[in-house]
Design a protein. Sequence first.
Length: 395
Amino acid sequence: MKTATANTKSLFRLNYHAPVILCVILIVVLILLPSGFENLKVYGESDLRPAKVIDVDDSAIVDTGLIRSGEQRCTVEIQSGHFSGHVAEANNLLNGSMEQDKVFAKGDTALVRINFSGEKIRSISMIDHYRIHWEILLAGLFFVLLILFAGRTGVRAILSFALTVLMIWKVLVPSYLKGLNPIGVGLGICVILTLLIIGLVYGFDRRCLSAAGGSLLGILLSLIIGIIFTNLFKIHGAVMSSSESLLYSGYAHLNLTQIFMAAIFIGSSGAMMDLSVDITSAIDEVVRNRPDIRVRDAIQSGMNVGRAAMGTMTTTLLLAYSGGFIALLMVFTAQGTPIEVLLNYKFVSAELLHTLIGSFGLVTVAPFTAICGGILLTRRAGQNLSNSRMLSDRK
C-alpha cells in the first residue's frame, strides 16, 4: 500500500511539474529562434541608440491651431554603441499629425537612428522618446507583486505570460508575414497556449483536460461563427489599424480578412480560458467533497457557476474592446451621427463582431466545460472511491 501511495505521489509531481519544464524549454527555444526579419535593409546601414537631448531649436516649427508642422532641431549626446559620447545635431520632422508626431524637450531621452559611413556620422533622425527603461520597471513591479501575492503560482503565471509574448512575436507574426494560413496558425497557437497555460495551473491531469476541452470547444465555435458573420457583415481585414500599409510594403499577398477572422478568436481565447478554469475548479471542489456525486449533478453545479460568471465576463470583453475605439465613438457622437448610421460603419461593425462573437464563445464555454468536467472529474472521483473501498476491504 505504501508503494502504491508513493507511486501515486511521484506521478502527481511529474504531472504537476511537467508543464513548467516544457514551458521553460519552449521559452528558451523561442528566444533563440530567429524570426527571419531581424536584419532587414531598412535598418541595415544605421544604428539605433538612446541619446540625451541637450538642447532644442523650435524656430522652424509652424503652429497652425492644434497642428504643428515643420522641423525641430535637437542637439543630442549618444549614450551607447560605437558613437557613445558623441554630440551631434538630430532632426525631428513634424507631419502635422498629433497621433504620429513627437516633440522633444531639453533633458529628454530619445531613441535616435544614426546613419553613418565608416567612422563619420552622416545624419541623425529622432525616432521617438526612449521608454524601454520605464517599461522594464513597470514589468518588474508587476512580476514582483505577482510573486509576492501568488508565490509559486505567480511564477507559473509569469512563465505563461512570457510564453504567450514569445509565441506571438516569434511564431504568430512571422508566420502571417510569410503568408501561412492565418486561421490555421492562429488556431494551432491557441491550442498550444491553452494546453500549456491551463497545464501550468493544474498540471497535466483530468482538470487540465476538462478546462482545456471546454475552452478549445468555445474557441472553435467562435472561429466558425466569426468566419460566417465576417462574410455576412462584408468586413475587409483592412479595417484593422495599420494593416493596409502592409499591402504597400511588399506584402500584397497577405489575406487581411483571414487575419481579422483569426484575431477574433485569439482576442477572446484568454477570457475563455479564465472562465473554463473557474468552472473546472468549482466542479473539482464539489466532487472532492462529494465523491459519490452523479455526473448530472456535477454538470449542473458547473452550469450554475458558469451562469454567475458569464454576466461579468461578457461585460469584461465589452469594456476591453470599447476602450480601443472610445475616441471614434466620441467623434460620431459629437457629429450627431444617427445610431442606424453608426452601426453600419465598418469600424463599428468590426468591433461589434469582436465583442459579440467573443461573448458568444464565452457563453458556450460554460456548458462545454461543465460537461467535460462533470464527465472527467466524477470518473476520477469514482475510481478513487472504489480504490479506497478495496483497500478497506483488504484490511
